[in-house]
Design a binder for this molecule. Structure first.
Ligand code: GDP
Length: 311
């Protein structure tokens, strides 16, 4: 068990380098087991995604850096099915905004950034692909700043930390011509700028954020534990957004994220992102909670962003 925890989202336009960055972060922190196929890239394990070349499901990877566990949540940028992006962003306390150093901000950059800013996240900006011959980091940084401003970022959000680097070459730095050392400085920035999760009082509650299926465990819901703890064998219920009981069931497994994998754990603690098995009907946007709870949880409502900037 690590002492501190961080939950951070990675947001970017398609092809700006999320998958490459997550691969290199896992590798640098030693989270790939020896012999594990690095070639099968971290976030592209889903066949459909590989086919389409896009990220559809939110996936969590997790690594340990300087005694802190960092859960990294990949966030879809291309479409929003029933508030999925909001729910995903509600699991985290910070975001890494990845922007291609040649291309600059693109429509998906704007789409997900607008949602991240609206819920009050303070993104760390990473200007990636600085190794490209046509990289123009100063121009792109200005464009990112203008985009933040156009999306009504607060003073604090506008004061974003910036890193430059090449995920492909495995380095990040504070300046575009800085030392090409390693990816460590970005993980240091995450520990410095992303707050530890706030733990709320009370019995177990989790807002189900994503749904998937495991051949052995069946239906699996993933979300962040808002309060209390959850253990295998525990009796819980699922509440709909209207507050109706969808089902009462026993948790069969609690899984936590470790590197690229999910592993069974004895308990899921408040603040952590975990997957639960044991339900047959409960689904995304349900509140999975202790039987004593009667009020469902919601992803923070987000006002439509001001889209005053065109691309
Ligand atoms: P994603 O769609 O955001 O997950 O992007 P990927 O990580 O799949 O990267 C898209 C393409 O950009 C791939 O061909 C990568 O090899 C390439 N790429 C990623 N990072 C860098 C980088 O830092 N420099 C360069 N030159 N190419 C990169």
């Amino acid at each position: 068990m690590t002492a501190t925890l961080r939950n951070v989202a990675i947001i970017a336009h398609v092809d700006h380098g999320k998958t490459t960055l997550i691969d290199v972060l896992l590798r640098s922190s030693g989270s790939f087991r020896t012999g594990q196929q690095v070639a099968e890239r971290a976030m592209d394990s889903n066949d459909l995604e590989r086919e389409r070349g896009i990220t559809i499901l939110a996936k969590v990877t997790s690594l340990v850096w300087n005694d802190a566990r960092i859960n990294i949540v990949d966030t879809p940028g291309h479409a929003d099915f029933g508030g999925e992006v909001e729910r995903i962003l509600n699991m985290v306390d910070g975001a890494i905004l990845l922007v291609d150093a040649a291309e600059g901000p693109m429509p998906q950059t704007k789409f997900v950034l607008s949602k991240a800013l609206a819920i009050g996240l303070k993104p760390i900006v990473v200007i990636n692909k600085i190794d490209k011959p046509d990289a123009r980091p100063d121009f792109v940084l200005d464009a990112v700043f203008d985009l933040f401003a156009a999306l009504d970022a607060t003073e604090e959000q506008l004061d974003f930390p910036v890193m430059y680097g090449s995920a492909k070459q495995g380095w990040m730095s504070d300046s575009p011509d800085g030392s090409q050392e390693s990816i460590g400085p970005l993980l240091d920035k995450v520990l410095e700028h992303v707050p530890a999760p706030e733990v709320e009082e009370g019995p177990f509650r989790l807002l189900a954020t994503t749904l998937d299926a495991d051949p052995f465990l069946g239906r699996i819901l993933t979300g962040r534990v808002r309060s209390g703890t959850v253990k295998p064998g525990q009796s819980v219920k699922a509440l709909s957004r209207e507050g109706d009981v969808v089902e009462s069931f026993r948790i069969s497994k609690v899984l936590a994220f470790r590197g690229l994998e999910r592993q069974p754990v004895d308990s899921g603690e408040a603040g952590d992102i975990v997957s639960l098995a044991g339900m047959t009907e409960a689904t995304v946007s349900n509140t999975i909670c202790d039987p004593s709870i009667t009020e469902p949880m919601f992803a923070q409502p987000i006002d439509p962003p001001t889209l005053s900037m065109t691309f």
